[in-house]
Design a protein around this ligand. Structure first.
Ligand code: SAH
Length: 360
């Protein structure tokens, strides 16, 4: 069977496909495309959840400002630097600083943290701090940040407005501008959001390729009881024919199709997939397109407070987690990559290197 994924209709057909044999062919092709374009190495990015404070009221996320049940925290500079040291000690090439939409964060403080990390380590820095004015992104870029991660969550504008109130601009429009500032740009969506149709998920995957993203994270939506979507999914859900389920197989299909549309992009496996299937969700995603993992470095005592959905917090110490990962990678013939793991697309754009696929 020749698999063609050129237009939205073909993506849509595959999202609706449920013949296991056909899907196996799709997954093996995605795995082959991943191998040819990004190799067998898996990049590790150490995730530091610097604050769970949030000013927004997103319908999907447990950190929403209306949720009074969680203890709010902000890591001190010392705590952040201790996590960075851990990333170095474990041989990770990247530190990811993530937070809720915490408007109490002083952008100048982030500048100082970026500069300090850059002065003392060779780590790449990814920021995932939500929506800020362009001049703040620019400030952080000039301070030395390398990458920005801002998921557009869904390309359906009506749905986005309902589930992510309070934005004065669409993330899909912010993304090219942030990329223009010189960041490697990451984005992504949730699969099976109440109100997400097959058509709109197919549109998300087409948009990934149009936006020329350097990193794409695709993971299943997991309802959180302390969110509107968790409490009242019926407010959002479509009829069964059109509603995308938030199942593991649907997430894996979306990952595979994304890899086929975006052969050289770095694709992190989301924690939500590993949470949905803690036995082998990770392996499944790595074997149908994924090539990046973001192990959590947040200090243990804050982990359960960064609850964007239930069951997320892993209470395994970073050293133990890494040891287990190594075994799991070996079992599927993969290994940990050395270095920063920059995106081939980014290196090509900045003319630092011609990516593999262009060398042929
Ligand atoms: N405040 C930052 C970081 C958000 S948390 C921002 O808005 O960019 C990182 C990601 O977790 C989100 O972008 C979203 O894709 C994912 N997420 C949030 N709630 C989720 C849920 N209930 N299920 C699955 N993923 C979720």
């Amino acid at each position: 069977m020749t698999i063609k994924i050129e237009n939205q209709t073909q993506v849509l057909q595959w999202l609706r496909e449920d013949d296991p044999e056909k899907l196996d062919e799709l997954f093996s092709l995605a795995d082959q495309v991943r191998r040819e374009n990004t190799g067998d190495g898996i990049h590790l990015r150490g995730l530091i959840e610097v604050s769970n404070q949030c000013s927004r009221d997103c319908a999907y996320c447990g950190l929403n400002v209306s949720n009074k049940k969680i203890n709010r925290y902000s890591l001190t500079d010392e705590e952040i630097f201790a996590c960075v040291d851990k990333a170095l000690e474990l041989g990770y090439g990247t530190a990811v600083l993530q937070a809720g939409e915490d408007k109490t964060i002083d952008p100048e403080r982030i500048v100082r943290i970026i500069k300090q990390i850059k002065k003392t380590t060779g780590l790449a820095i990814t920021l995932s701090l939500g929506e800020w004015p362009d001049d703040i992104y620019q400030l952080w870029k000039q301070a030395g940040a390398d990458r920005y991660l801002l998921k557009f969550e869904t390309s359906d504008r009506n749905l986005f407005e309902r589930i992510h109130p309070g934005s004065d601009q669409y993330r899909t429009e912010m993304i090219p501008r942030i990329q223009q500032l010189g960041f490697e740009m990451g984005s992504g969506v949730m699969v099976g959001l109440p109100g997400q149709s097959y058509q709109s998920l197919a549109g998300d995957i087409m948009l990934f390729s149009k936006l020329n993203l350097d990193m794409i994270g695709v993971g299943p939506f997991i309802p959180d009881p302390d969110t509107i979507m968790g409490k009242q999914p019926e407010l959002f859900n479509l009829d069964v024919e059109n509603q995308v389920p938030n199942s593991e197989i649907m997430a894996i299909k979306a990952i595979a199709l994304t890899r086929l549309k975006c052969p050289t992009t770095n694709m992190p496996v989301t924690t939500s997939l590993a949470t949905l299937n803690s036995d082998n969700g990770l392996e499944k995603a790595l074997c149908c397109g994924g090539n990046v993992i973001m192990p959590n470095l947040t200090p243990m005592r804050y982990r359960t407070d960064y609850q964007i959905y239930p069951g997320k917090a892993s209470l395994v110490e970073p050293e133990m987690f890494l040891a287990k990962l190594k075994h799991r990678f070996e079992a599927i013939g993969r290994h940990i990559s050395k270095g920063r793991g920059d995106s081939a697309k980014f290196l090509y754009r900045t003319e630092r290197q011609v990516p593999h696929e262009h060398k042929k």
